[in-house]
Design a protein around this ligand. Sequence first.
Ligand code: PGA
Length: 274
Amino acid sequence: MEPEQSGVTVRVVPDAAAMSRTTAEIVVETVRRLPEAVIAFPTGSTPLGLFADLIARVEAGTLDLSRIRVFCLDDYLGVGPDDPNSLTRWLRDAFLEPARLDLSRVQMMPAASPDPVAAAANYETALADVGGLDLAILGLGPNGHIAYNEPGATADSRTRVVDLTPSSTEQASAYWHDTLPISSRAMTIGVATLLAARRIVLMVGGEAKSEVLRRALQKPMTADLPASWLQSAGDRLEVIADQAAASKLDEPTSGPRAIDEGRAGRQRQSPPSV
Ligand code: PGA
């Protein structure tokens, strides 16, 4: 098999605005092809520009997201979608409502369920019932988490309750300016659940993520760095990184590091042999 065939695509774009626009174009293309696409969107600071881009297209009448299905990636245990410290509420306020999505087509993470184990299994069933994710858009945690698959998460993990590392609870607390309590446990979609998506986009911006991105893509896969499991998605994974985030990646090809929305060439890298 041609090693390139299973290679991850890394698109290095000049800055955060280009990262947002490039990812928005992937969403637009997906929804044009599949108006009822099943999509997972991340929370955090990374996707804010993506959301602004998509909302602007909806307001301009050039994009209709009203028929897509959304599966939320994670939320804090015991926190309901109307609680102020809920990631679901955050996503609803920042994106789902302004982008005029149909909230009845949004599968929330049932983190406040009295029976989290059964609820997590039901979330998996609901996803399977709609045929799985057409597109999973992810951010990269400073500790290498994807959704709330924290260090230690195995490649076969499914939707479940997890313990958060102190660094992740601190990161989360900062989203609300340290004004709200953050649970040290969460419910998250699993690594295996994400890896089954037909297309995965990992958005990474900023110099602070450059080392964790290098380890995620260019070191052997390990549970110590859950994002590294994404390598196994091969050509279903596209990394959209700004120049600063990509600054520590080994150059797989010669040529300019910043490529113009992929037109000047896509940098591909083969996964390490396992
Ligand atoms: P950030 O978080 O976008 O706020 O950097 C990403 C993540 O932790 O997944």
